[in-house]
Design a protein around this ligand. Structure first.
Ligand code: GLC
Length: 429
């Protein structure tokens, strides 16, 4: 397919998945509004319909809870083709039925992008309305996902990380007792090949965590203290750290200076705290089980988000570049979600090896900002090649470019339009 045709298909995927103001990740497998999907989708819409881009984020924040949390799924209408639906979550924290935890907070970063693309008065007004909501969401993360002021952000469920099936969660997940799980029927494996999805035992534990949080009424202090899963995640920590820097810039732009000292405090807390996630043997940031203090032992795609978070000390950057080059010698397409030399790596099982376009987008941005345009562009070219070969899939094999998971996927289309598509300059060359 030519580039123009791919552009057209990408736009059509977004408009077809549009449910009237919010966009589903893909029909069938994910029939609701997902948090970080919507935000990346907004970035894609911004390339051809800025009004629609703002709308996507505004609708996401309509689901914000009274305590500030923005849920990972908004169940705007009942869809029996998805499990676990609203009755399993049993939440009551906000105006729209939802899941009970959040997802990586990319909104501040993308809202800042939207303002750069569209600085009309109307856009400024919309950003002003979103600003306090995003601030409140970040405050919620700092209070309830870092209750001991460690400067690292925990996830209470693998799904909160957005990298659901990552080997980093295995050890902590094994510690979750399987209990209070009513008989259930999975729906994901009827939409896609079970070999690309998590195992049944993992699913039992996912549901046990949900049951434990439901028992304490999803009250955030109680969840933080009692949830059987509480693992500091470099992905969410780096994404929030980055988002706080963007929020600070937004505050400046929007005249919201009163919020700045608080946001600056969060930034320095995470800048210091990130060192706790540094695995000195591996020389990379990894996850850490905050209930036991145990670090995970593999390089994941989130390890490469340190520069995106603004952590660019040579002691971090140099080993990261070495990991980058080592991994690029092992697989054809970057960046695998898990180290291809780790025993847990599987090139097609989700989050245990495959490549996600939006993760590449963030990693590349960080490398470019850290003065490494070569590695940044390598990521862009690989992402473009994966899409040109495999189409707009949910994720791809880093070895063969095989398309995996769901098809006609919104964030893959959005990332194509916003970043991965070869630029005019490339085509002229
Ligand atoms: C999977 C991914 C998650 C994403 C969701 C919808 O659960 O792990 O990150 O938000 O699908 O695309």
């Amino acid at each position: 397919m030519s580039q123009i045709e791919l552009d057209q298909v990408a736009r059509k995927i977004l408009t077809d998945n549009d449910q009237g103001g919010y966009t589903v990740p893909t029909k069938g497998l994910y029939p609701y509004q997902w948090n970080w999907d919507s935000v990346f989708v907004a970035r894609g819409f911004a390339t051809f319909d800025t009004d629609r881009a703002w709308r996507e984020i505004e609708l996401l924040f309509e689901g914000q809870w009274r305590d500030g949390m923005v849920p990972h799924i908004l169940f705007r209408k009942d869809d029996p083709s998805y499990f676990p639906g609203p009755s399993v979550w049993g939440t009551d924290g906000g105006p729209i039925p939802s899941s009970g935890h959040s997802q990586p907070p990319v909104a501040a970063t993308i809202v800042r992008d939207l303002l750069e693309l569209d600085a009309s008065d109307a856009a400024l007004d919309r950003a002003k309305l979103l600003f306090p909501k995003i601030l409140q969401w970040h405050r919620w993360f700092m209070a309830y996902r870092d209750p001991d002021n460690l400067g690292v952000i925990a996830v209470i469920h693998p799904w909160e990380s957005g990298r659901d099936n990552l080997p980093d969660w295995d050890d902590a997940l094994r510690g979750v007792e399987i209990k209070d799980v009513a008989p259930y029927e999975r729906k994901d494996t009827s939409h896609v090949d079970p070999a690309m999805r998590p195992h049944k035992e993992d699913y039992d534990r996912y549901l046990s965590i949900v049951a434990a949080c439901r028992k304490v009424g999803w009250e955030p202090e109680k969840v933080a203290r009692t949830c059987p899963f509480f693992v500091a995640d470099p992905g969410i920590t780096f994404i929030l750290l980055r988002a706080c820097r963007d929020l600070l810039a937004l505050a400046d732009r929007l005249g919201e200076t009163a919020a700045q000292p608080e946001v600056e405090g969060w930034i320095s807390r995470m800048e210091t705290g990130a060192a706790r996630l540094w695995n000195s043997e591996l020389k990379a940031h990894v996850a850490m089980n905050l209930r036991t203090g145990k670090q995970s032992d593999g390089v994941s795609s989130a390890s490469f988000l340190a520069p995106y978070a603004g952590l660019t000390d040579p002691e971090v950057l140099k080993p990261l570049r070495e990991h980058f080059d080592r991994i690029s010698a092992k697989v054809r397409y970057l960046m695998p979600s898990y180290d291809p030399e780790h025993q847990a790596y599987e090139h097609l099982r989700y989050w245990r090896g495959p490549v996600w376009a939006m993760v590449n987008f963030m990693i590349a941005r960080g490398f470019a900002e850290a003065g490494d345009p070569g590695r940044s562009d390598r990521l862009r070219r690989d992402t473009a090649a994966l899409i040109q070969t495999g189409g707009f899939a949910e994720y791809f094999s880093p070895e063969t470019a095989e398309a995996a998971g769901g098809g006609s996927f919104s964030w893959t289309a959005a990332i194509w339009l916003a970043w991965a598509r070869p630029s005019q300059a490339d085509q002229a060359a």
